[in-house]
Every structure is written in structure tokens, then in C-alpha cells.
Design a protein around this ligand. Sequence first.
Ligand code: HEC
Ligand code: HEC
Ligand code: HEC
Length: 472
Amino acid sequence: MMKRSHNIALPLMLLAGSFFTASSYAADNTDSDVLARGKYIATASDCAACHTNKGSKDFAGGLKIISPVGTIIASNITPSKTAGIGDYTEQQFADAVRKGIRRDGANLYPAMPYTAYSVMTDEDIHALYEYFMHGVTPVDVKAPETALPFPMNIRMSMKAWNLLFLNNQPFTAEQSQSAEWNRGKYLVDGAAHCSTCHTPRGPLMEEEGSKALSGGLVGAWYAPNITSDAESGIGTWSKADLVQYLRSGNLPGKAQAAGSMGEAVEHSFQHLSDADLNAIATYIKTVPAVSTPENKGSRFNQGTPGTTLGKLRGLSQADITAKNLEGLGLFQGNCASCHEPLGEGSKDKYYPSLFNNSVTGAANSNNLIATILNGVNRTTKDGQVFMPGFGDHPNDINNLTNEQVAQLANYVITTYGKTAKPVTPEDVAIVRQGGPVSNLVTLARVGMGVGAAVVVIFLLWLFARRTKKPRA
Ligand code: HEC
Ligand code: HEC
Ligand code: HEC
């Protein structure tokens, strides 16, 4: 009886967040420290982003990660012995998280970001393991099996990909740098996995190390250059700016976090300690500058307040079409109520300014299109910020067509931002296909699925050549 209530009480206390109140269990005090630490690492690593499906129990899996090669389903990682990872030993758990090898020896697809987690220390893995075994409620419902079509269903092919691209080295501290810098690098490379979104990918969908953090596509969104370059990157941001952005998702007059970054801020970064956020900022400020030439001029100071509203006065819809003023009309009808006709946003900055905004000042218009289609919905300790999407409700009269979104985006960038390249309805169609916002966080790594396919095809080709040779 004693034991039973203990088993139930501990997870309950953890759920309530009261880690240090287990005074009646002297022996548990050290355990609770480890569990609290494990929970913190799980949050910093955003395990829930993929392993907790919308509306279902924590870490019960089932989230479908839609990839160009098929759907990869995140596993149930609760300690259930029948449906989850209850039978994993600590070594098997470490191998899954750091090497992408499942308990039965099969390779995981890199939709699970083990390439980043590979740098995690044994101590952190131990705490994570303790948390998942004793701090998470078991859920006895299996997640559906991933069934990729042939040849992507050959998990073995990932061995070849891993040989090429998995860094199997544990984190080694840089002696010439401070402890804070090293802590920052450890978090950025590992748990917080910034590079899985912000680093561009090569032909096999591997991260291009020489261009680390210089910008990458994440499904429909674009994770911009965050190197120390003053024009292309965030070299003009102070450490405090970056800490504020990671904690709240909003840096007035510069940038807001929507899409997968908004989710990462909400579920992970805002919960990090001040010390860890500062460590991340200290390290990020030293990431070698990578200049991306298409970004001439910083994206944070483009544009001025402006309107061509006067042009609309007295015109009929036919005149508006004839004069090519649809973008202006759409802006006044759909956006000006919050962002104001001059685009300056609200005084309290809740509705952001559209000039001096990284989304309208960027060379890449993906984030502007994605914001118009998907909106913004982010909850932090500062409260909720919400902008409705204008693309995702098929029966909603507010929905805009690809043509309209392109007209609107072009109006916004020419009036408030920088026109690098006009937006076409085809561009909008591609972003629209990028899938619902909730999946975007995961799409970052899904690109790697393509890599797997390429490797499989390459291996099959090698194999075919080999088996043909003796006959020739
Ligand atoms: C970006 C999405 C993503 C994140 C973040 C993520 N995982 Fe995963 N994980 C997956 C997917 C997808 C699979 C299944 C892959 C497959 O079937 O090949 C998986 C599989 C696993 C498995 C193997 C379970 C099994 O037996 O099938 C474990 C263990 C695991 N993850 C633990 C973790 C932990 C712990 C974290 C946080 C430190 C984490 N994952 C973060 C996507 C993710
Ligand atoms: C899951 C993908 C993902 C991860 C992980 C991620 N980011 Fe981002 N990040 C994005 C996207 C997408 C944007 C663009 C968001 C927008 O404009 O609304 C972004 C925007 C940013 C910006 C603002 C840049 C600008 O020009 O507006 C900064 C700074 C940033 N991220 C830093 C980081 C750091 C530091 C980490 C790791 C601690 C990180 N990000 C992890 C996807 C990600
Ligand atoms: C109901 C009010 C509302 C309307 C209508 C609205 N917005 Fe927004 N918009 C917001 C809020 C709130 C944010 C998020 C602020 C934040 O992230 O802190 C936002 C953010 C943005 C951003 C920055 C997104 C990012 O990722 O950095 C852009 C660009 C934008 N809106 C453009 C538009 C356009 C174009 C329209 C018209 C189609 C529009 N908005 C309509 C409230 C609104």
C-alpha cells in the first residue's frame, strides 16, 4: 500500500510542479532533483513538440510528421511497458536519443533530431531517462506504426546516412572560452537544436556546417540568418535583445516569432532559466558571420510608414482592378484595423509595426506569406498574441486566394518593407501546401527524410551494380 501510493504520489507531485515538497520521503529528495533536472532538459529539448499530439496525453506520440517521402509518426515515449518505452534500459534510451537506434536495434529516421542530441552529456541523459521513467504518466495506447513506402521503409539505409552525417562526438568544452559561452554552445548545438531549423541543408539534406545558422527553410517558414553578420544576420542585436526575443517571441521594432519559432518560444525557450538564455545569447553572438548576399541592407530597418489610401477614394471595384490597386484594397479591408493604415501598429506594440520588421524587410517573403495564411498564435508569460490566419479555413469568407495573398504581400513589401522579388500566386501555393502551423515545427527535420530516400536509392543502385557485375 505504502509503495503504491508512493508510485502514484510522485508523478502527481511532479505534475503539480511541486518538486521539493516530498519531505516525507527522505530518499526521494535526491531523486526529485534528478527528476526536476530531467524535466527541464526535456523542456529545453522540446521533446513534447513532436511526442505530444494535439489534444492527447503528454508524450503519448501519434503526431504525424508529413514528409515528401511519406508520413513519419512520433512514438509513444511514456514509460508504458506495452505501448511506450517502459522496457528501455538507460543504455538503450541513450542510444535512441543520441544515436537514433531503437531498442530493437532498428534505426530511427532523423525526423527525431538525434543528430543534435548526440552532444548531450551522460549526466543529462541520465536525468532525462529518470524523468521519462518516473516523472511521466504511462499511457498504454500505442502510436500508429510508421509505414513509409518502399524503398524508404528500409531503416538500414539510415546507417549509411549516419556514417556520413552523424557527429558521434560528445560535447568538448573550448578551453579558451568562458563557462557561460560553453554552456551556450552546448545548449544551442544540443538540446535547443537551433541548427536543425536555422542551418541550410546540402543535397542529402544534411546540415551545411560551413554555413551554420545562416538560414534554412522549415516547411512553409524560413528560419533566418542568425549569425553575427551585421547585415545578413543579427549582428546588430544586443545580448539583451536576443534574450528578450527568446523569452517572449517579440522584439518591438525588429522581429516577432510565429510559426515553428513561435512554438519553440512557447513550449521551450520561455521556460529556460535567465542564466541559460544569457548563455545561449553569449554563444550566438560569437557565431561566425555568414553573409548572404541577397540580403543587402539589414532586414530590421527597412521601410517607412506609408499609405496610398487616398488613391482608393471614390473608386469602384472595377476601377480598383483596372488600376491595379487590389493590394491596397485588401490591406485596408483585412489588415489596417490592427496594424493601422500607416502600418505603424498599435501604440502599446501589441500589434506590431510592419516597417522595421524582419518579415517585411527580408529578401525571402516566405514568412510574410505564411503569416498572412496562418496568422500568429503564441502564448507566453506576457499573455497571448493572436492574429487570425487568412488561408486555413476553406469555408471562411475571410479567406484569401493565392492571387489575393500575392497582391497583398506585394503591397505590404513595396509600401512598408523591401521588394527583393515580387511574390507570385505560385509562391503562395507552395507556402499554403506547407501544411498546418502545428506541423511546421517538425517539418524542419523532415527534409532529412528525402536524404534517406536518396541514400536508399544510391545503395540500391550500388547493390544492383554489384550483383550485375559477375554476369557481365
Ligand atoms: C522534431 C521531432 C522530435 C523531437 C523534438 C523529439 N523526437 Fe523523439 N522521435 C521523433 C520521431 C518522429 C520518432 C519516431 C521515428 C521513427 O519511427 O523512425 C521518435 C522516436 C523516439 C524514440 C524511440 C521510441 C521507439 O521505441 O519507437 C525515443 C526514445 C525518443 N524519440 C525520445 C525523444 C526524447 C527523449 C526527446 C527529447 C529529448 C525527443 N525524442 C524529441 C521525433 C522527435
Ligand atoms: C523548429 C524550428 C526552429 C528552431 C528549433 C529555432 N528556430 Fe529560430 N526561427 C525559426 C523560424 C521559422 C523563424 C522565423 C519566425 C518569424 O519570422 O515569425 C525564426 C526566427 C528566429 C529569430 C528572429 C530572426 C529574424 O530575423 O526575425 C531569432 C533571433 C532566432 N530564431 C533564434 C533562434 C535560436 C537562438 C534558436 C535556438 C536556441 C532557434 N532560433 C531555434 C525556426 C526555429
Ligand atoms: C486582429 C488583428 C490583426 C489583423 C487583422 C492582422 N494582424 Fe498581423 N499581427 C497581429 C498580431 C497580434 C501579430 C503578432 C505580434 C507578435 O508576434 O507579437 C501580427 C503579426 C504580423 C506580422 C509579423 C509576423 C512575424 O512572423 O513576425 C506581419 C508581417 C503581419 N502581422 C501582417 C499582417 C497582414 C498583411 C494582415 C492582413 C492580411 C494582418 N497582419 C492582419 C494582429 C493582426
